[in-house]
Design a protein around this ligand. Structure first.
Ligand code: PLP
Length: 399
């Protein structure tokens, strides 16, 4: 590995040269079942023909013009996202953290605009992950990620995830919003209780706060609905999404109601690339698939299949697997042995997963995963648990 890259990542020593659907092919010819999806990004798997075609077609016409001009592709994507969600206004970004940052600015601007500029603090949850800018790090408050980057950006009050009393007690005259992930991804696939989500909405209404959801990971169909909060039957005021929205093309979005976004007028925010013709063309092609008849129903069905396979693995290997977590195709399995050891053994057996906090392995296949592929992955999880349980080296099995 080259020393020319900043060594900020603990990279696994594999380079892939090709991907197809749920499969990745390494330079050494091995193939892997990809249940990592580039960290819950490749919603349509690798090289889906429809998005390849959209990219090629737009790539031959026009890539980038900046937001100095109208971008019809991005207007269309925004209209379609609004038509299928709570939102009336969209701001496009290139990443998840920029969508979160846009939401934080929007929240402050809303209260400034409505005559309450003293409301600028945001209540956030422990175990959260909102990205790696200084502001997003302060919002999540993970000491591991903040270390060495002092001073911490002010304005965030952290409470335990899912504790309504603590959350209500943290609201003051300076509180502007509550920011949380309906399903914490990085934090260990911890799903908020649906009643808690409904109580959050009521709390926001009671105190005049904006409800700001980070659905960068759990949104765009991964939970089995377009957005995870829809399971609770509530609507937020602001929502950040990214990961699956471009299925691998860097794209993110901040969604808001017209009321919440009223302060975001000309000149208040910007991005050079955000929602450029190439990104928006890919985003529209991804959305064509995700909104197609039966797509989300299939995600839900595959999610149920994966969930019940994970439950059975926990019952069968209680010394290896502690708990199955998650919803839809955003799943996790908490491990007894170090999750890193399992991740390594699974990879050697041809299955890719992602680590998360609380010794959890994230299991996040492309949303187009087949029934047979989920069975294959579960069989590998089963065999690796057998091997780890008897302390033998997990053997390489070509899936
Ligand atoms: C990945 C993630 C982010 C940050 O997204 P980037 O594209 O890495 O900036 C923010 N919030 C959540 C919930 C995430 O999972």
């Amino acid at each position: 590995m080259t020393g020319a890259l900043m060594p900020t990542y603990n990279r696994i020593d594999i380079a892939f040269e090709r991907g197809e659907g749920c499969w990745l092919f390494a330079e050494d010819g091995r193939r892997y079942l990809d249940f990592a999806s580039g960290i819950a990004v490749n919603a349509l798997g690798h090289c889906h023909p429809k998005i390849v075609a959209a990219l090629e077609e737009q790539g031959r016409k026009l890539w980038h013009v900046s937001n100095l001009y109208r971008i019809p592709q991005s207007e269309r994507l925004a209209e379609r996202l609004c038509a299928n969600s709570f939102a009336d206004r969209i701001f496009f970004t290139n990443s998840g953290v920029e969508a979160v940052e846009c939401g934080i600015k929007l929240v402050r601007k809303y209260h400034d605009e409505t005559g309450q500029p003293q409301r600028w603090r945001i209540v956030t949850c422990e175990g959260a992950f909102h990205g790696r800018t200084l502001t997003a790090l302060a919002a999540a408050g993970n000491p591991k990620y903040l270390a060495g980057f002092a001073p911490e950006v002010p304005g965030f009050d952290r409470v335990a995830f899912g504790n309504l009393n603590e959350l209500r007690a943290a609201v003051t005259d300076e509180t502007a919003a509550i920011l949380m992930e309906p399903i914490q991804g990085e934090g260990g696939i911890r799903a908020a209780d649906l009643d808690f989500m409904r109580a959050l909405r009521e709390t926001c209404d009671e105190f005049g706060l904006l409800l700001f959801l980070d659905e960068v990971q759990c949104g765009m169909g991964r939970s089995g609905k377009l957005f995870a909060h829809q399971w609770a039957g509530i609507e937020p005021d602001v929502l950040a999404t990214a990961k699956g929205i471009g299925s691998g093309f860097p794209l993110g979005a901040c969604l808001a109601t017209a009321k919440a976004a009223q302060g975001m007028t000309a000149g208040t925010h910007g991005s050079t690339y955000g929602g450029n013709p190439l990104a928006a063309a890919v985003g529209n092609a991804v959305l064509d698939e995700v909104l197609a008849d039966g797509f989300l129903e299939r995600v839900e069905a595959r999610g149920r299949q994966l969930g019940s396979r994970l439950e059975r693995l926990v019952a069968k290997h209680p010394k290896v697997y502690a708990q199955a977590r998650g919803a839809g195709l955003l799943r996790g399995i908490q491990c007894h042995p170090p999750a890193g050891k399992l991740l390594e053994a699974l990879r050697q057996s041809g299955l890719l997963t992602v680590p998360a906090a609380e010794n959890v392995l994230r299991i996040v296949p492309p949303l187009v995963v087949s029934e047979a592929e989920i069975d294959q992955a579960a069989d590998i999880l089963d065999r690796v648990a057998d091997a780890i349980g008897t302390d033998t080296q997990a053997a390489w099995v070509t899936p």
